[in-house]
Design a protein around this ligand. Structure first.
Ligand code: ZN
Length: 118
């Protein structure tokens, strides 16, 4: 999905995913969880429609999301939660930056994941 494209629908709720800052796919891409080769093959979802991941974004609007039973961060190892929160929060802030900058898609990921795909 390019930033200006429209018409990608969320696999969970069926509503349009309007923009990169709502995109679970791009969030996972910038934190190194999606290979760019498979980016166009994956289903789109809203960040909020994937609360198991979104609960780690420490930004207003994402706190207090209810993850699925067994995936609530209250029940996970605190060291893991700390690392995930740091990563997901940076990943989301990266999406906010990308919205304003015109970068090639290979440069979307956070710096530590660039070399992985180079
Ligand atoms: Zn959705």
């Amino acid at each position: 999905m390019a930033k200006c494209d429209e018409g990608y629908l969320c696999q969970i709720c069926g509503e349009e995913v309007s923009g990169i800052t709502q995109s679970d796919l791009y969030l996972r891409y910038v934190i190194g969880l999606v290979d760019p080769e498979t980016l166009h093959l994956q289903q789109e979802r809203h960040i909020k429609c994937n609360p198991n991941l979104a609960q780690f974004i420490d930004v207003d609007g994402f706190r207090n999301l209810a993850a699925e039973e067994g995936f609530e961060k209250e029940n996970l190892d605190s060291g893991f939660v700390e690392k995930r929160t740091e990563l997901l929060t940076r990943g989301f802030k990266r999406l906010l930056e990308l919205r304003k900058n015109d970068l090639p898609i290979t440069e979307y990921p956070l710096p530590e994941f660039h070399s992985k795909y180079a």
